[in-house]
Design a protein around this ligand. Structure first.
Ligand code: SAM
Length: 340
């Protein structure tokens, strides 16, 4: 339960959007349900929200819409539309996202391969294709007569020729989770390996299927913070504006808030997000853990496993400097501004 008194009276709220730079993100009619030092959330239909926002005002747009799998959402949406209707609906909000992107801005779309194939073709008429990222997560039970669906598609487009912002994570070398030994032999190239880690590829196998039990306290469908941290830090800088029209439990907004990005979001049912922002301590701790395991050649855990199993690390690897992510993880308490 939120402690009494945490929701300020509407009259106490400063005029939205006080976090935006002059001339940016001016909203005429909507009233936010949540405001933080960096973000604004609207409990409303996403297309209606986006239509109120000015063209070319967003640096990074990410969407994880309902997949039309007949799921029950707390927002009571129809998640079992005819295929044509679903695609038509997606194209409406995608066109708004595209309009809102600045030149050089990035758009990511998370969906099943079945939907991202036609939707990617639609986006490709307006933006430049960068990647189809395959995210290895088993997403349902085996279907008879089909291959077992084992990955999600993450489409990555940019407005114009190339992205304004692109700094992908570097990955630690994949090691055995028992002994800590490298799963791939780098042979005589060990001394050539970048001490900050291996290049990120377009196949991601390290995203947990469900959030760690320790952090799993919200509704279903939430993406893991690791995925959103990777996207947010790759395609935005502190101070950038991040848009996610389908808030769910607010993972994008948490990743943005805790790394100093401004954000704007919407959902038809915002209770989970508002509750989550009431106490970000667990997410802050989780994000620190995620950050401590990237942009380095070996994780601390793998080094510890090697030590335990008596497998010394080859001296050929250059381990210094161990570069960690430079994005700030905000450590202050997020001050909430809520509409009653
Ligand atoms: C798959 S979930 C998003 C999960 C989110 N990425 C996360 O990590 O928590 C999709 C969300 O879209 C919301 N939604 C569906 N239709 C919407 C609409 N027209 N406008 C705004 N939100 C909508 C649903 O209520 C649901 O919370």
């Amino acid at each position: 339960m939120r402690p009494a008194g945490r929701r300020p009276k509407w009259a106490d709220l400063p005029c939205w959007p006080w976090t935006a730079p002059p001339g940016c993100l001016r909203m005429r009619t909507m009233i936010p349900i949540l405001q933080t030092p960096l973000g604004t959330l609207f409990e409303s239909d996403c297309t209606a929200v986006m239509r109120e926002l000015p063209t070319s005002s967003v640096d990074l747009a990410f969407a994880d819409p309902p997949f039309n799998l007949g799921k029950t959402y707390r927002s009571k949406i129809d998640d079992a539309k005819a295929s044509e209707d679903y695609l038509q609906w997606c194209k409406i909000w995608l066109d708004e996202m595209i309009r809102l992107l600045r030149p050089g801005g990035s758009l990511f779309l998370w969906n099943l391969p079945k939907w991202n194939l036609p939707l990617g073709a639609h986006i490709g008429n307006k933006l430049t294709f960068r990647h189809w990222i395959t995210v290895d997560i088993k997403y349902s039970l085996p279907i008879s007569g089909r291959l077992y669906p084992s990955h999600y598609s993450l489409l990555y487009f940019v407005k114009g020729e190339k992205p304004n912002i692109f700094h992908p994570d570097r990955m630690p070398i994949t090691c055995c989770r028992h002994c800590g030994g490298e799963l791939k032999d780098y042979g005589g190239y060990k001394d050539k390996m970048n001490p900050s880690g291996v290049n990120l590829s377009d196949v991601w196998t390290d995203i947990p299927p469900v959030r760690h039990a320790k952090y799993k306290k919200r509704a279903a469908n939430a993406l893991d913070l690791k995925l959103m941290d990777r996207i947010v830090t790759m395609a935005s800088d502190p101070g950038s504006v991040v848009l996610d029209p389908f808030g769910g439990s607010g993972t994008t907004y948490v990743a943005a808030e805790l790394s100093g990005r401004r954000w704007i979001g919407s959902d038809l049912h915002c209770e989970d997000i508002v509750d989550r922002f009431d106490d970000l301590a667990g997410d802050r701790e989780h994000l620190k853990l995620i950050r401590s395991n990237k942009n380095k050649l070996f994780t601390e855990a793998d080094l510890a496993r090697r030590l335990k199993s008596g497998k010394p690390l080859s001296k050929d690897y250059r381990l210094t400097p161990m570069v960690t992510c430079e994005c700030p993880v905000d450590v202050g308490q997020t001050e909430l501004r809520l509409k009653v």
